[in-house]
Design a protein around this ligand. Structure first.
Ligand code: SF4
Length: 278
């Protein structure tokens, strides 16, 4: 009974977020059900016991990447599944004591991650801001609240169904962009986070995250909405950073619509459908 009530409450939250997000973007219409004909949460390991390992169903092995994803230039070896529940907390401790770059001198708290390390969907942003630096958690300020609404509009729970982190784990002073040397010092952490979480899909948000993940100089407006492969094996969707979507501009509404298009493509890839309107 409790599970049913929880699911019903989650459905109501998702519907509300979906309607609010539709109102924000001016978008309308229900997208097609994903290729697996998925229902809400299918394929994301929802309802699995906390702390269980290897709870997600892996996709059927495919000899070729999906048609919408670029073929890998250099196929990489399959990863060895490490125990994420041991290694991730260990790594968070290492990050807390890290002095590999100059950002360690000005940070208040390191910002490692939030969400579920079992999640099939991983969101990666640029760097912590002031709120994150204070709380030690990523995406807890205004941009984070918008991200949570977008995730809820996908029919997902931001704490239960996704894993969220940044390219750098310490706040750059005055919220400047992280320097290349700061990103390269910190990148091994996010790389290992990806190996451990082993998401089915990554969403890279904003220029900095996309540049770091794809080693490209192309801007987000050129890349967003196009499937890429991270290290030749994980589908990656570039999209706008929520802080850009919050910035008042003539392009704001269109950017929100585009971001929603990108997230719908992600849902389709994961076999998810939107909650149906009452
Ligand atoms: S940003 Fe990353 S590499 Fe630099 S001090 Fe913080 S944790 Fe270490």
């Amino acid at each position: 009974m409790t599970d049913f009530r929880d699911e019903a409450a989650q459905l109501v939250r998702s519907l509300r977020a979906y309607v609010e997000w539709q109102a924000e973007t001016g978008a309308h219409g229900i997208p097609r059900v994903g290729k697996q004909g998925g229902r809400l949460g299918q394929g994301l390991g929802l309802g699995q016991p906390a702390g269980a390992t290897a709870v997600r169903q892996e996709p059927e092995p495919s000899p070729t990447p999906p048609a919408h994803v670029e073929a890998p230039k250099t196929p990489t070896a399959p990863i060895v599944q490490l125990d994420r529940h041991v290694r991730l907390p260990q790594m968070a401790q290492e990050v807390a004591g890290c002095t590999k770059c100059g950002l360690s001198a000005t940070r208040n708290k390191t910002v490692f991650s939030r969400g579920n390390p079992e999640a099939a969907l991983m969101f990666i942003g640029e760097a912590p801001g002031a709120d994150e630096d204070e709380q030690g958690l990523p995406f807890v300020g205004k941009a984070g609240q918008l991200l949570d609404r977008m995730i809820a509009a996908m029919g997902l729970d931001p704490e239960r169904d996704v894993y969220i982190c940044n390219i750098v784990k310490c706040r750059p002073p005055e919220n400047r962009r992280p320097l290349p040397e700061e990103m390269s010092s910190c990148f091994p952490f996010v790389n290992e986070q990806i190996d451990l979480v082993a998401p089915k899909v990554i969403v890279a948000m904003g220029n900095t995250a996309v540049a770091a993940m794809l080693d490209t100089k192309l801007g987000i407006t050129r890349l967003r909405g196009q499937w890429k492969l991270y290290r030749g094996r994980i589908p990656l969707m570039p999209t706008y950073h929520p802080s850009y979507l919050l910035r008042p501009s003539p392009q704001q509404l269109e950017a929100k619509r585009q971001a929603w298009d990108d997230l719908q493509a992600v849902m389709k890839e994961l076999g998810l459908s939107l909650p149906k309107k009452a």
